[in-house]
Write a protein that binds this ligand. Structure first.
Ligand SMILES: Cc1cc2nc3c(=O)[nH]c(=O)nc-3n(C[C@H](O)[C@H](O)[C@H](O)COP(=O)(O)OP(=O)(O)OC[C@H]3O[C@@H](n4cnc5c(N)ncnc54)[C@H](O)[C@@H]3O)c2cc1C
Ligand code: FES
Length: 259
């Protein structure tokens, strides 16, 4: 596969709840390697030997002279802390866009489910199906429901669930997925990104209603291009697939949820 690796300038950086919203100038990366919503970039997060860190594309656009790509991330450890500290105007080494995203049609109507830091990656799907899809956003508390104004502009409807009841439904997103699928039989598929237990529950509800479901899986990564086996994910048929190359998005029925 084509390996795109380049220095990308940070053009803006903004705090959004506990997360950081960062926009990068990525040259012709969007023009040359965008396959649709749900892909990720692999960013070198450190000056030394520290490995790259995978971060999902939140939104991207072709632009002149340079395409623009927005990411949203939380500081978890050394790598994301390094990235968070990069000042605007500095450049970072970005590989991308990588992986296979969601299989969506612009004319389709989808139920988009995002949990926590899994909310931003669903934005591409909202933009791709502008005004038609429904978003269900969940998090521990109200401040974790980031980008909800953007989803409100880009979706027909936005439903919110919080674990502590500080905003929207008091509970998990899968209860809202059930409610929505009971009321509306016209969704083409459920598309989800978030922690694995959330994905498992959402997939179960979609399956009950006979609605196709695609999930974006998270695994630790090394190379990001299918060469090191770090990111292997167990499939129901006993095979192992690479999250970086075969995913990160999989059909929920393919995944071994008990692994
Ligand atoms: C395809 C993909 C897309 C991602 N998109 C985003 C995104 O849009 N925004 C965002 O904030 N994060 C995203 N992540 C997670 C992000 O890559 C990790 O938070 C980051 O690699 C942590 O690096 P670090 O050096 O800061 O922390 P480390 O010191 O490497 O790790 C800190 C802690 O996080 C755990 N951890 C690290 N990586 C993962 C992982 N992949 N899965 C589960 N636990 C992990 C470690 O075990 C450790 O406990 C994504 C991951 C994948 C695989
Ligand atoms: S990260 Fe190396 S094979 Fe996926």
């Amino acid at each position: 596969m084509m390996k795109v690796e380049r220095k990308c300038k940070i053009v803006s950086k903004e705090k959004m709840g506990d997360a950081i919203y960062m926009v990068l100038e990525v040259g012709d990366m969007v023009r040359t390697s965008c396959k649709g919503p749900g892909q990720f970039v692999h960013i070198k997060c450190g000056d030394g030997l520290l490995l790259r860190r995978p971060i999902s594309v939140c939104s991207c656009q072709e632009d002149d002279p340079s395409d623009l790509l927005a990411i949203v991330f939380e500081v978890r450890g050394e790598g994301t802390q390094w990235l968070a500290n990069r000042p605007v105007g500095h450049s970072v080494d970005v590989m991308g866009m990588l992986g296979n995203g969601f299989q969506v049609k612009p004319e389709g109507r989808y139920l988009l489910v995002g949990g926590g830091i899994g909310i931003p990656p669903m934005r591409g799907c909202a933009q791709y199906t502008m005004g038609k899809s429904t978003a269900i956003l969940g998090g521990r508390s109200a401040d974790k429901i980031i980008l909800r104004d953007r989803f409100a502009e880009e979706c027909a409807k936005v439903l919110i669930a919080t674990d502590d009841g500080s905003l929207g439904h008091h509970g998990f997103v899968d209860a809202l997925v059930r409610q929505e699928l009971e009321q509306d039989k016209n969704y083409d598929a459920v598309l989800a990104c978030g922690p694995k237990p959330m994905l498992r529950n959402v997939a179960k509800v979609a399956e009950e209603f006979g609605v196709p479901c695609q999930v974006s899986m998270e695994e630790r990564m090394g190379c990001g291009i299918g060469a090191c086996l770090v990111c292997a994910c167990d499939m129901k048929d006993g095979s192992r697939k690479h999250v970086c190359k075969d995913g990160p998005v999989f059909d929920s029925k393919e995944v071994d949820w008990n692994a």
